[in-house]
Design a binder for this molecule. Structure first.
Ligand code: EPS
Length: 397
């Protein structure tokens, strides 16, 4: 894994930290590039009040000088504005216990569907806040910051990533007859990041109804990546297959429960003749080796490698686990039945999930690019990519 990242931070702690290691030197990078993606992640109808409090922006702590990466780890700092309301509760210093030893805003009624209960047992904590603060999807801010660096790298190599919402709360969005050239420009103009304005109105009505009921909604986003060269990833070993690497990245996003590549589950219901993509010569299509797939049901991956066709993933998110009309649980102090704690939360965060899925896809794909083409400098990466493309283009036709 030549390009890797790690995040740190609790949802209501002072800040989030994101460290990306392995970005080649000489990549042009501005805080504004990262802030643009952070702002996209904060959009979306159905978010709670927290998104009005936060305005996510990075500060570079290392790895960038005069607008270019140095090849050293890029550390980014993102302040939590809500921290000022939680300082006492989240203070790292030892506490003077209250008279009865109670902790403020302690959570003893774990929410079904969250990490609260298993985390509390596994990490031997009394207060589920010690778990939920880190399990919170607030952490995805730091992933999007890391992903924005990967996106810059891919953009310099001619690769573009976009996403749009295709389902929310039981309502399917119709696919446009022709996909827009810039998917994100179109999707970001929609309150739900969907390309179907009629479906969007119905989805908004569903979100309003779910909110009134104290309920939550899930949905599906599609990620599309154009411009990938043939041959990223490999068939030779299980952990080098790109579909597996992308699958892990998608399933690591909080509340994501499924990922499909290309036709996905539908392929299992069809015959081989209905599923596989026939091959034809396509002179001038250098990124795929002067060939094309007549269809792209495989979604740009065959044998764990890119084909040079667009990569298409669909990512499914369950409804958020915090319900304002709480589900049944137990009180962990007594073992008696209780209603789960109802912390402030969102009705849905599927539009944001699409942006997070883009970031995770970017990180996996940039890693695969650096792995194949070398990662000390952008000069090296470009030289090797160009030589490879020239070579594969000369093989056929
Ligand atoms: C989250 C609960 C809400 C969300 C949060 C994820 O935060 P709070 O508990 O402060 O109201 O808004 O998402 C974010 C803060 C974010 O940046 O996406 C949860 O429990 O997962």
């Amino acid at each position: 894994m030549p390009l890797r990242f790690v995040t740190a931070g609790e949802s209501h702690g002072p800040a989030l930290v994101s460290i990306v290691e392995g970005a080649p030197a000489g990549l042009r990078l501005l805080a504004a590039d990262i802030n643009a993606d952070l702002a996209r992640r904060q959009q979306g109808y159905g978010r709670g009040r927290r998104m009005q409090i936060e305005r996510d922006e990075v500060e570079f702590l290392s790895g960038v000088r005069a607008g270019e990466t140095l090849g050293s780890p890029v550390a980014m700092f993102i302040r939590n504005r809500d921290w000022k309301n939680w300082q006492e509760i989240m203070d790292p210093a030892p506490r003077d216990s209250d008279a009865d030893g109670a902790r403020k805003r302690a959570v003893h009624r774990p929410r079904p569907g969250h990490a609260d209960l298993s985390g509390l047992l596994k990490y031997d904590r009394d207060d589920a806040r010690d778990i939920l603060e880190r399990a919170s999807a607030r952490e995805t801010t730091a992933r999007v910051a890391a992903g924005a660096i990967a996106r810059r790298l891919l953009a310099e190599c001619g690769v573009r990533i976009g996403s749009h919402l295709v389902h929310l709360g039981g309502i399917d969005a119709r696919r446009p007859s022709e996909m827009p050239a810039d998917i994100n420009a179109a999707a970001d103009a929609s309150a739900l990041r969907t390309l179907d304005a009629d479906a969007e109105q119905q989805m908004i009505a569903c979100i309003d109804a779910a909110k009134r009921e104290g309920n939550t909604l899930g949905g599906i986003c599609e990620v599309v990546v154009d411009g990938l060269p043939v041959g990223l990833g490999s068939h030779v070993s299980w952990d080098r297959r790109l579909d597996g690497r992308l699958g892990q990245a998608m399933l690591s996003i909080p509340a994501v429960k499924g990922v499909e590549v290309g036709m996905g589950f539908e392929a299992a219901r069809r015959t081989g003749a209905e599923v596989h993509d026939e091959i034809a010569m396509a002179p001038g299509r250098t990124r795929s080796g002067n060939v094309r797939r007549v269809t792209n049901r495989a979604g740009g991956l065959e044998g764990g490698m890119t084909t040079g066709e667009p990569l298409v993933l669909r990512v499914a998110m369950k409804p958020i686990s915090t319900l304002m009309r709480p589900l049944g649980t137990i009180d962990t102090r007594t073992g008696e039945g209780a209603e789960a704690v109802a912390e402030r939360s969102d009705v849905t965060a599927v539009p944001a999930m699409g942006v997070i899925a883009e970031a995770m896809a970017a990180l996996v794909l940039a890693d695969a690019m650096v792995e194949k083409f070398g990662g000390d400098s952008m000069t090296e990466l470009h030289r090797n990519l160009d030589a490879y493309l020239a070579h594969v283009a000369g093989r056929l036709g």
